[in-house]
Design a protein around this ligand. Structure first.
Ligand code: CP
Ligand code: NVA
Length: 304
């Protein structure tokens, strides 16, 4: 495994299997001392409920200490050169969880800090989320190969990360977005190359009704990501036909489960009825963030 977890593309299929197998062990056995005497810094430029709390609690359950550094504590990239911050932090810390706007900031932290850096969401990727999501799908008991995940909404950081993990593990991944909001072209092309080898079907379309046909899992995320707040009104108009609601779900034609990385904007990307339906596994995803991240921290920072 690489020193850092920057994107799902860093991981081989075997790495993902190793993470998931350790996740299952750690989920059963809550406490472990594999990170005893380690200190992990959470360097966050954006707000967070799940990522912050799940990494902190998970790290403590593994015996580590945590230090949360809020946006104004460090002023990443503006108060002093990031390469200096990285080289200082690694003199005190054993690992960094970074949540940034620019993806380049995570890359630079990882380059200059000689300790593991885990991406806790950047504008381009959210690998810890995607790992937890695919682990949640695995827990449903039908394996991963050929399982169809459909994402409806914005071609954003969550899509880029789901795409990376899906093609590595041989899942089929369909994405429906409005025109102009497709996933990053280069990431899509890289994922298609991997999909050819793993026999994943990676499909993009503009029609959510076509996309959801025969889906096993249907996923959405916010229409306006952190940092895009000025575009919120425009996005509500552009994405209005991309809501996951009971009308759309009539097109699936088989049993399905509903997923969302949270936070949820009920009435925008998903109706309250769908969020609260018995098909929803949204809160399992949130819980699994902690279990999967414990496995990642144990593998990158510990003796596992
Ligand atoms: N899903 C997720 O990363 O949530 P937070 O932004 O609350 O961490
Ligand atoms: N795409 C969202 C994910 C939030 C967990 C954002 O970046 O704000």
């Amino acid at each position: 495994m690489h020193k850092d977890l920057i994107s799902g593309f860093d991981l081989s299929e075997q790495d993902i299997k190793t993470i998931f197998s350790l996740t299952s062990k750690l989920k059963k056995k809550k406490i472990d001392n594999c990170l005893k005497n380690k200190t992990i810094g959470l360097v966050f430029q954006k707000p967070s409920v799940r990522t912050r709390v799940s990494f902190e609690v998970g790290a403590r359950q593994l015996g580590a200490n945590c230090l949360y550094l809020a946006p104004h504590d460090i002023e990443l990239g503006s108060r002093e050169p990031l390469k200096d911050v990285a080289r200082v932090l690694c003199r005190y810390l054993d690992g960094i969880i970074a949540r940034t706007f620019s993806h380049e900031h995570v890359i630079e932290l990882a380059k200059y800090a000689n300790i593991p850096v885990i991406n806790g969401l950047s504008d381009l990727y959210h690998p810890a989320q995607a790992l937890a999501d695919i682990y949640t799908i695995l827990e449903q008991g039908n394996g991963l190969k050929g399982v169809k995940l459909v994402y409806i909404g914005d071609g954003n950081n969550v899509v880029n990360s789901l795409m990376a993990i899906c093609v590595k593990v041989g899942m089929d991944f369909t994405v429906a977005t409005p025109k102009g909001y497709e996933p990053n072209k280069q990431i899509w092309a890289d994922a298609q190359k991997i999909a050819k080898q793993s026999k994943s079907k990676l499909v993009h379309c503009y029609d959510p009704k076509v996309a959801v046909k025969a889906a096993d899992f249907i996923y959405s995320d916010v229409w306006t990501s952190m940092g895009q707040e000025k575009e919120a009104a425009k996005r509500i108009k552009v994405f209005k036909d991309y809501q996951i609601n009971s009308e759309l779900l009539k097109c699936v034609g088989k049993k399905y489960k509903i997923m969302h990385c949270m936070p949820i904007h009920r009435g925008q990307e998903m109706t309250d009825e769908v969020v609260e339906s018995k098909q929803s596994i949204i809160f399992d995803q949130a819980e699994n963030r902690m279990h999967v991240q414990k496995a990642v921290m144990a593998l990158l920072l510990g003796s596992k």
